[in-house]
Design a protein around this ligand. Structure first.
Ligand code: DGI
Ligand code: FE
Ligand code: FE
Ligand code: FE
Length: 188
């Protein structure tokens, strides 16, 4: 599928506001890729597709998870917001013809991160936090850190997500904590 078709298909899956967020993630991902040595064309495709399933009914996302044992079956124990990245990577491969494993990984791990994030994983996960339409306490600090270090910016991002979940009394997906620890390890 050509990029223009992927763009139109993706746009049709979500409300206008989420599409604006996606465009922001594309713009920021391409810049971060150029600066930090990831492939900007892969960054663009992964960014276009990263929230493909975000607005699908949870039931539909759960059905795809359950039908595919290779996907992490413990996700439903945690927040439903964790589903769309894994389901999105599955749809990208099986319905949108994406076969580039690096692009699929960047989609798959954009919410939680993972231990041993690639440069492309970092680009999309970080762009998701700091694209121009985002506004949350701490986003300016993250943009500042991202001028020199994707790792430092992402640690701040996971810190803020983890604090938010703690404040709400919600479960934390263990991989989010492991991703944060691994990034701190990369700095040492
Ligand atoms: O899809 P987006 O809103 O653009 O961003 P995302 O894919 O990073 O999703 C972030 C949401 O997921 C945010 O509202 C927090 C929520 N969430 C719930 N539990 C967890 C979690 N995020 C992480 N990283 N880890 C969790 O355990
Ligand atoms: Fe997302
Ligand atoms: Fe994110
Ligand atoms: Fe997003």
């Amino acid at each position: 599928m050509h990029l223009n078709e992927l763009i139109e298909r993706t746009r049709s899956q979500m409300p206008a506001k989420r599409w604006q967020h996606t465009l922001g993630v594309v713009e920021t991902s391409v810049k971060l890729a150029e600066q930090f040595g990831a492939d900007p064309r892969k960054a663009e495709i992964a960014a276009v597709l990263h929230d493909y399933c975000k607005f699908w009914p949870v039931d539909k996302q759960l059905r795809i998870l359950r039908d595919n044992p290779e996907l992490p079956q413990d996700l439903p124990e945690y927040d439903n917001a964790l589903l769309h990245s894994h389901v999105g990577a599955w749809i990208a491969r099986h319905e949108l013809g994406i076969d580039d494993e690096e692009v699929l990984d960047a989609i798959r791990w954009h919410t939680s991160g993972r231990v041993g994030m690639t440069a492309l994983d970092k680009v999309v996960c970080l762009a998701d936090y700091i694209e121009p339409n985002r506004d949350f306490p701490g986003v300016e600090k993250m943009r500042e850190l991202a001028r020199h270090s994707m790792e430092r910016a992402l640690i701040a991002g996971f810190d803020s997500t983890i604090s938010f979940l703690l404040q709400k009394g919600k479960k934390i997906y263990p991989l989010t904590v492991m991703s944060r620890n691994a990034l701190i390890g990369e700095l040492e």
